[in-house]
Design a protein around this ligand. Sequence first.
Ligand code: 13P
Ligand code: SF4
Length: 319
Amino acid sequence: PDERERLKARIRRLLKEKNAVMVSHYYVHPDLQDLAEETGGIVSDSLEMARFGRDHAAQTLVVSGVRFMGETAKILSPEKTVLMPDLDATCSLDLGCPIDEFSAFCDQHPDRTVVVYANTSAAVKARSDWLVTSSCALDIVRALKDKGHKILWAPDRHLGDYIRRETGADMLFWNGACIVHDEFKALELELLIKEHPQAKVLVHPESPAEVIALADAVGSTSAILKAASEMDATEFIVATDKGMMHKLRQLNPGKQFYEAPTAGNSATCKSCAHCPWMAMNGLADVARVLETGANAVHVDPAIIPRARMPIDRMLAFTA
Ligand code: 13P
Ligand code: SF4
């Protein structure tokens, strides 16, 4: 604990010295969430992380999350230094959507508007018409459908299929999945619901359709937080990364939160409800990158203007 406190004190001092601010995702370690808030940064979902990073006056952003979040911050603020605790912190959706194959897929369907999820590389963003995150995807697709657009959606097939069911939009899918949410299991969830019949079930839409079908509320990380504070219940079963439990419990003392079941235990499931890449973020690395300037995010300047266009559209739509 002393080492932790020493590291936190060092980070607080370095953030001031370097005119830096910390932006953390809800799925990273609670220490990094609390430290971001306490020092004038934020803990939030990927949409608000992007907006906050763009609007904050600090010259250096420390992004605790996964690679696409650091890249989005850099695309929106190329003049700022964007540091990440670990540049290898990626995402199965980003890994599963390489630009060459994706670009060929888009070329085969020129009649479709290309809508991509934020969890993608800068090059994939630069090939898209619209960017979305889980908190605005439904509204953006609904608006496009109302204007008569047919959609090519990438990469998360579960989120895409959920949006198709909700909006009735004509959507063609890339076949990607989040290794964390893909592991939630409907049968086991039904058993847990039987154990806690009063509990409301909150589900992130990157989960399989059978799991979503059992939900009382479906939504992004921020929508899950809102539902937990607003719903008339004291018990909740939560199907998303367990990093969310920290904020849920902090904001809702007196309410009970249970983790939704995954495929099994750590021997049998790939992620066990915690993203292995989010877990790569730690205090020691935050201190190190602030001290040395290591792990600066680089995005090819040649693609920044084109990659920025769909991000700006999303931020304007949600402003
Ligand atoms: P949010 O957009 O809700 O922050 O989710 C990002 C993510 O990686 C979900 O797994
Ligand atoms: Fe990607 Fe899933 Fe990890 Fe989110 S939780 S960063 S979608 S692998």
